[in-house]
Design a protein around this ligand. Sequence first.
Ligand code: PXG
Length: 456
Amino acid sequence: MSFLEDRSKTDWQSLDSEHYLHPFTDHKDLGNKSRIIAKADGVYVYDIDGNQILDGMSGLWCVNIGYGRSELSEAAATQLNELPYYNSFFQCANPPSIELANKLDKITQKQFNRVFYTGSGSESIDTMIRIVRRYWEVLGHPNKKTIIARKNAYHGSTIAGVSLGGMNAMHKQGGPLLPGIEHVDQPYWFESDRSHSPDDFGKKVASQLEEKILEIGVDNIAAFVGEPIQGAGGVIIPPDSYWPEIQRICNHYGILMVTDEVICGFGRLGEWFGADHFQIKPDLMTFAKGVTSGYLPLGGVMVSEKVSSAIIDKGGEFAHGFTYSGHPASCAVAIENIRILDEENLVLRTKNEIGPYLQNKWKSLEDHPIVGETRMVGLMGAMELVPQKDNPQRFDDKSTAGMTFRNFAVNNGLVMRAVGDTIVTAPPLVISEEEVDEMVEKAWMCLDHTQSEMTN
Ligand code: PXG
């Protein structure tokens, strides 16, 4: 059964406009002209008019193995027919959720021995906060509640996710926010005054964590949390010196280190997880998105032996869980997704082949007069739009250039996201060299268009 034949495009659009409250959308701008995406295959999505659009964002940073993989839809259908749902409370489990836990143990660093399942990245963040705080409670440190995160981080949209994230626009709405959260600066070298080398800058920003720990008092600090590379904030790739310094500080003060792998996990950076790329050893990792390549909702928290054994041995029942924790169909899809990532060498290919191929082409965009910087790790990158190349100044009206680029791109068959005047990309890991060429050629055309719009 397909819904496509049911109504005309304009009918879909007017129904959408009457009944649908969209995420992160200004409905006055949207009116009744939402883009109805009807189909997808490989790295392409197709709107209801049949326009082919290269998805340089993997949906929302999630469709890592690309669209149209029938192995995943078949895994879901088989599981839905056999056992569509059962809970994992009250001493129950189901085969796919156990099998997936076993697989996750194999692809994560050796300190991780258990997973707590959720339905999304935001729920994973909430869960992680509860686990971290519970850990210190059972160890007899009930004051260790404060979690330190970064400004301009994105950790989801639940009240805990918004609070932990560092997005000003989100903080302004729907408060009060969760107490016990502190923010330090992000390692965004391009936005700095660039008076330091990237490595000195990385260390300097990391040292704010130490200052914050001393300010709040180590007896009150539970954990530090960060995306290995900030995604929604604009693909902020920290200087090489940053994460080792963060690790050193966490170890020195004995606080837990958490990487939010919702975007970086499952091959995006050419390793299974962002922590592997930066060679750091977190105590917990939150994940979602790429675990199922977005085919069904699933998230989770990887918990190290140190943390899980404390909670299990000293804590009794952990009073936390979701109806869909360990959903059998989502877990079956995740198992198949991980099998494909593994057997088709998609992680290694990202590291050694298609990643370097795109990185090289992406770098060539720096030859364009309005590009101030490009950066990319694995298949996750950004470029900074500026009025004058060698001048760190931004366009006066920050985000007009980004929006001009983005709108022109989507109308010309390319999806990329604009974060202010930073254009970000994260294509499916299955993208071919020809598709990379198409993506970069289109991006150049969008830069030309943006330049002429901004100078007229
Ligand atoms: N952590 C990180 C690092 C994320 O990127 C979440 C948590 C929350 O996941 P859920 O599944 O609850 O959405 C995310 C989600 C964007 C965009 O426009 C990014 C996300 C979600 C929606 C939009 O860049 N990241």
